[in-house]
Design a protein around this ligand. Structure first.
Ligand code: PAF
Length: 295
């Protein structure tokens, strides 16, 4: 595995990779890698000849009161995991490499960035689209991989790729969960054993709504209500909403297209998000990917 810390270093490496092998896959991360990232890397390996992983804790996607300065990091463990997963190249830029002095150009995700998490984290998705846009320009991958757990992020990036004609195929992969249902996230590291137990109400609520959907319930109100009733262990429920999984538009009436039931809430100071897809398709996560290159 090659490690690049600067853009010129990475470009030299990528030039060789592009000359020698076929498809380049890209897994952008903020580090503190876990089974969710391992799954992204594994999916990437099945579709691509080379795998590029980036580790960069992106300051522009954190609000002033958020956890940027204490975001968990363990570069040694991240490197070992990537080595173990046979990652081809690991890109670890420092802050100045991505945001040089005077940096002032951002990508605005539009209204999709203002709903759900965007309401509670103003500016978050503008930071995400900006850094992902930059990373895609730097790496120029053929395919890029994102997790379904960040459903709104995946929708916004899919829209950005299409709107900006980025020559990349976007692949969304299923959420990885602990045996008890908790969606795996770097932020789970903040939870005490007791808080972790309380956090479980999120996946239980989502699974209850999913069961109701499977047993034939299609009313958005009923499905939301089924989940809400079980979200009582959270210190704060930020939202529990049923949305079109591709556009993030709220669904009223009945669920008739690919829907995401999305929850965000606080367990003490830890903000957790999760979602389930409601669809009659056997593998609904596949429907989130942007197949082929945007026109
Ligand atoms: O999902 C994440 O880890 C981040 O939002 C991403 C896509 C790496 C951008 O910083």
């Amino acid at each position: 595995m090659r490690i690049a810390r600067s853009i010129p270093e990475l470009r030299i490496l990528l030039k060789t990779l592009k000359e020698r092998s076929g498809r380049i896959g890209f897994v952008p991360t903020m580090g503190y890698l876990h089974e969710g990232h391992e799954s992204l890397i594994r999916h990437c390996k099945t579709r691509c000849d080379s795998v590029v992983v980036s580790v960069f804790v992106n300051p522009t996607q954190f609000g002033a009161e958020e956890d940027f300065s204490r975001y968990p990091q363990d570069m040694e463990r991240d490197q070992a995991l990537c080595l173990n997963q046979e990652v081809t190249a690991l890109f670890i830029p420092d802050l100045k490499e991505i945001y040089p002095t005077g940096f002032s150009t951002f990508i605005d995700p539009g209204p999709m960035g203002e709903v759900l998490c965007g309401k509670f984290r103003p500016g978050h998705f503008r930071g995400v689209t900006t850094v992902v846009g930059k990373l895609m320009n730097i790496v120029q991958p053929d395919l890029a991989f994102f997790g379904q757990k960040d459903l709104q992020q995946a929708a916004i990036i899919r829209r950005m790729v299409r709107d900006m004609n980025l020559p990349v195929e976007l692949v969304v992969t299923p959420t990885i969960r602990e045996a008890d249902g908790l969606a795996i996230s770097s932020r789970n590291a903040y939870l005490s054993a007791e808080d972790r137990q309380r956090a479980l109400c999120i996946s239980r609520a989502l699974f209850a709504a999913e069961d109701a959907y499977r047993s034939g319930v299609r009313s958005a109100c009923k499905l939301i209500d089924t989940a809400r009733r079980l979200l009582t262990d959270l210190d704060e429920l930020q939202y529990c909403e049923l949305v079109d999984a591709l556009t993030m538009d709220p669904i009223g009436g009945n669920v008739e297209r690919l829907a995401g039931l999305c929850v965000a809430g606080m367990v003490r100071a830890t903000r957790l998000i999760d979602n389930v897809l409601l669809s009659e398709a056997s593998d609904p996560t596949n429907l989130l990917s942007l197949v082929g290159l945007p026109e």
